[in-house]
Design a protein around this ligand. Structure first.
Ligand SMILES: *[C@@H]1O[C@H](CO)[C@@H](O)[C@H](O)[C@H]1NC(C)=O
Ligand SMILES: *[C@@H]1O[C@H](CO)[C@@H](O)[C@H](O)[C@H]1NC(C)=O
Ligand SMILES: *[C@@H]1O[C@H](CO)[C@@H](O)[C@H](O)[C@H]1NC(C)=O
Ligand SMILES: *[C@@H]1O[C@H](CO)[C@@H](O)[C@H](O)[C@H]1NC(C)=O
Length: 326
């Protein structure tokens, strides 16, 4: 209806100069020469130029802003410029801020957050918590702690905080997730959960390794002070690390022993062989000496030869010679 009238008005406008009566939605029936409502719209309508649009149905007041069509305020339970959104279901009284939709009168029980769309910790006593901080109003149920009751108290751990920290933890305090003792162990205990004992240490032991702090009492020794002096044989079974190094030492000793034995054998054999060689050589030497001995004796016998020569026939010949010559 209004639209067709506007259309007519606009057509006439473009046809220039022709004026008509104002739209019925113009307040007080006031408009300018081209049909624009100059005094605003009647209740329930908005829109330049001639109040042709109806105001949103969930505006609290019958009228709305002429130039935007926005509501001045909303009906109960709605929010937004045109009041087209429902307030969050967990707002107390379903009342919320017109422009942001946040709950203005707090949250229903067990809810928190601006729009009350978050749930308080199930471990809040009474289930109620602060709308902004989520802090439980009445503390936490058993085994739980923290302002929001979302962690285990210092003596419990596990996904439902039902496991007790080891009593050997210092102050029975452990990490709520892992159960590891966070303040260390009570005296004479060690390990992540302080479930091992170092009974022999006089001044406690290392939290992780169990090695004794300070000196051992008189008559005891070892990193755990568990060995008794003068009774070395009584020392406990060495751990695998010690044992493997012991094996290495034994093997090294065996090898060096073998090497020594072989070396000694070799030396002895060498010596024995040398001695044999020397004997043979000596024999050879005596042989070669006896040969020139013969020459020696021959030379010594040269006298005989000379004698032989003296008794040689030439002398006779020589003697005979002149004799026969005579
Ligand atoms: C009247 O309407 C026309 C067309 O929408 C517009 O251009 C003009 O500015 C309006 N005049 C007034 C006074 O609102
Ligand atoms: C709660 O609503 C806000 C927006 O208002 C949103 O960002 C958030 O994710 C919502 N939280 C939950 C748990 O639904
Ligand atoms: C253990 O708790 C006691 C009180 O219960 C306190 O005095 C002590 O300081 C705590 N120890 C540690 C290491 O926090
Ligand atoms: C507990 O242990 C976890 C994992 O190591 C760690 O992330 C957390 O910070 C610890 N909590 C405390 C309170 O020490």
């Amino acid at each position: 209806m209004g639209v067709t009238k506007t259309y007519i008005a606009l057509s006439l406008l473009f046809c220039q100069g022709v004026t008509y009566g104002c739209e019925t939605t113009c307040r007080n029936n006031v408009c300018d020469g081209v049909g624009n409502c100059t005094d605003g719209c009647v209740d329930g309508y908005w829109g330049p130029p001639a109040c042709n649009f109806k105001c949103p149905v969930d505006c609290k007041e019958p009228n709305c802003i002429m130039y935007s069509g926005h509501c001045n305020s909303c009906k109960y339970g709605y929010w937004g410029d045109t009041c087209s959104s429902l307030c969050p279901i967990n707002c107390i009284g379903r009342v919320c801020d017109k422009s942001s939709g946040t709950c203005t009168q707090g949250c229903t029980s067990g809810r928190y957050g601006d729009t009350c769309n978050r749930t308080c910790s199930p471990w809040c006593v009474g289930g109620k918590c602060d709308k902004q901080s989520a802090t439980c109003f009445n503390g936490c149920v058993q085994n739980y702690a923290g302002s929001q009751c979302d962690e285990c108290d210092s003596n419990h751990y596990g996904s439902s905080c039902s496991l007790e920290c080891n009593h050997n933890c210092e102050n029975s305090t452990c990490n709520g997730t892992t159960g590891l003792c966070t303040l260390g162990c009570k005296r004479s205990f060690y390990g992540y959960k302080c479930d091992r004992q170092c009974t022999c240490c006089p001044s406690g032991c290392d939290r992780l390794t169990g090695r004794c702090n300070g000196d051992c009492p008189v008559g005891k020794f070892g990193v755990f002070c568990d060995k008794t002096c003068n009774q070395g044989k009584q020392s406990p079974v060495p751990n695998t690390e010690n044992r493997s190094s012991l094996y290495v030492v034994i093997i090294a000793l065996c090898i060096s022993l073998l090497i020594n034995i072989f070396t000694i054998i070799w030396i002895f054999r060498n010596k024995a062989c040398k001695r044999q060689d020397v004997n043979q050589e000596k024999k050879k030497d005596t042989d070669s000496i006896s040969i020139p001995g013969i020459y020696d004796t021959a030379e010594e016998n040269a006298g005989y030869q000379e004698l032989g020569q003296l008794s040689g026939p030439s002398h006779y010949d020589h003697l005979h010679g002149p004799a026969t010559d005579k």
